[in-house]
Design a protein. Sequence first.
Length: 126
Amino acid sequence: MAATLQILGLAAALQVKHFIADGPLQTKHMVERKSIYGAGAGVAHAAIHAAGTALVLVVALGLAPIAALLAFLDFVIHYHVDYLKENLVKWAGWTVKDGPFWWALSADQTLHQLTYLAITAFALSP
C-alpha cells in the first residue's frame, strides 16, 4: 500500500507541476514561439518544466543526480512534443474552432502525462 501511495503521490506531484508550468508560468510569448526551433521562449518554457520536475524529484525523493537526468529528459521530450504539435497545428491551419486542433492538444497533453508516468516508474524503480 505504501508503495502504491508513493507512486500515485509522485505522479500527482508531476501533474500539478505540469499545470503550473503550462498554465500560470507560460506566457503568450512562449506559446507564440514554441513553433520556432531553438527560440528562446520555447526553450524557456521547457526549462521551466525541467526545473519543476527536478524540484519535485528532489523534494519527494531526494534524488539529486537522478533528478538532473530525468529533468533533462523531460526538457528534451517536452520541448519536442510542443514543437511538433505547434507546427502540425500551424501547417494544417487548425484553430480553436476546429476539432483536430483539440485532438492535437489532447495528444500533446497525453504525451506529457505519459512522460511523467515514465519518470515516476524510473525514479521509483529499485
